[in-house]
Write a protein that binds this ligand. Structure first.
Ligand SMILES: *[C@@H]1O[C@H](CO)[C@@H](O)[C@H](O)[C@H]1NC(C)=O
Ligand SMILES: *[C@@H]1O[C@H](CO)[C@@H](O)[C@H](O)[C@H]1NC(C)=O
Length: 186
């Protein structure tokens, strides 16, 4: 009996020691990250997005949709490479391009799924980008879409974009949308 108990104790001691020495580390802060400790910044960006669907050189083209669908049918999807300018006029200074896709994602209303990369070309932001994935009920005065990430200056970005249509041509479908983007990054 005594032998049995001591074997048990030995066994228990060995295994409890053994298990407590296993390092099962799922995540850790890297020494490099601790040493740098950079300060988080918040940047406000303001620009105008020009979505041209008409004419010989549209900047947005339909790429998918149900058979015989119009540009406003549920499922209609477009790819765009739209100019981003400093002011509301299309002739205003170019600060980047909005490259992405939008599709009509609602059956009972006019609401888009937006997937956008804002690729900036201006000043310190040249070569940096901000990525957006969000819901865009286009008839609302103000739409909010999440910033899901970024690159370059905007690496690890998070934040939100506020979109407001300033011009919409009912005949052609061309639109100018004002964007205010608030983004936190390092
Ligand atoms: C689409 O339009 C074509 C030509 O008008 C027609 O032949 C076809 O049946 C239509 N398809 C559907 C799914 O409505
Ligand atoms: C942005 O960067 C590209 C590539 O490095 C360069 O060719 C271009 O002149 C730059 N534009 C501005 C406005 O600085």
């Amino acid at each position: 009996m005594a032998t049995c108990v001591s074997v048990f104790i030995l066994f228990f001691f060995f295994f409890s020691t053994f298990y407590s020495t296993i390092d099962a580390i799922f995540s850790e802060e890297l020494a490099q990250g601790i040493a740098i400790k950079r300060i988080e910044k918040t940047t406000h960006l303001h620009f105008y997005f020009h979505d041209i669907v008409s004419g010989k050189n549209p900047s947005a083209v339909k790429i998918a949709g149900p058979p015989n669908s119009t540009a406003y049918s549920f499922g209609a999807t477009a790819m765009f490479d739209d100019a981003l300018t400093e002011g509301p006029e299309s002739t205003s200074k170019l600060v980047g391009k909005a490259q992405g896709m939008y599709g009509i994602a609602a059956q009972q209303e006019l609401s888009l799924l937006m997937v956008i990369n804002f690729a900036f070309t201006e000043g310190a932001y040249n070569g940096s980008s901000i990525s957006i994935v969000g819901r865009n009920p286009v008839l609302n005065d103000m739409r909010e879409m999440p910033v899901v990430g970024g690159s370059g200056v905007f690496r690890s970005a998070r934040g939100y974009a506020l979109a407001h249509t300033v011009r919409f041509d009912m005949k052609t479908g061309d639109a100018t949308v004002e964007y205010n983007v608030y983004v936190s990054h390092y």
